[in-house]
Design a binder for this molecule. Structure first.
Ligand SMILES: [Zn+2]
Length: 189
């Protein structure tokens, strides 16, 4: 009976045909009519089509599985061949090994990020606190919003989002606007 989904002990990583060829028990073609399936070792997905290891088949495929037979031979087979030669046993083992490979890949990604956590936290803190960083931008934006009011703020923000930052016309500030600006300058002192 196949083991639990988080048991990676039988899982190997196959990325290229070379990874197959370097395995000591690997056979490029075997006659497996009398062989029984021992393990599905790994799913793989190759960039270029690669022949099935069953000597009567040799069908080119990109997605398949590395398998080991009970007489200790390894070869690679497509999914359809797996099912027609080894039946339900292959279906279950291949499914489990595919789930394990997916889970393992996700764990590896998380591990990679976890190792970089101190560095990432440091960068975030730096971006936040540095001169003209996030903290400065937020308080400047707040001040700007207070000074110009919601309507103009929204218009400017939308233009900035569309990268329309060219000033097309200018005019003198009204008395009210000057007052608001002065009040703000006083506040920020
Ligand atoms: Zn085949």
């Amino acid at each position: 009976m196949p083991g639990a989904i988080d048991d990676f002990s039988t899982l190997v990583s196959i990325k290229t045909p070379d990874d197959l060829l370097q395995r000591p028990l690997y056979h490029e073609r075997i006659n497996i009519t009398q062989s029984k399936l021992a393990e599905v070792l790994a799913p793989y997905r190759f960039k270029d089509p690669y022949p099935c290891g069953i000597s009567d088949c040799r069908t080119l495929h990109q997605r398949g599985f590395l398998v080991r037979t009970e007489d200790d031979k390894e070869t690679n087979i497509g999914k359809d061949c797996g099912v027609s030669y080894f039946g339900q046993d292959f279906k279950i083992k291949a499914y489990l090994q595919e789930q394990r490979a997916t889970l393992k890949a996700q764990i590896d990604v998380l591990d990679g990020v976890r190792h970089r956590q101190p560095e990432l936290m440091h960068r975030i803190a730096d971006l936040f606190n540095r001169p003209f960083g996030v903290k400065w931008a937020e308080s400047t934006l707040r001040g700007f919003k207070d000074a110009v009011g919601h309507v103009i703020y929204r218009q400017v923000r939308d233009r900035a989002a569309r990268s329309e930052v060219v000033v097309e016309s200018t005019r003198e500030a009204t008395a009210e606007e000057r007052q608001r600006q002065q009040a703000l300058r006083g506040k920020s002192k």
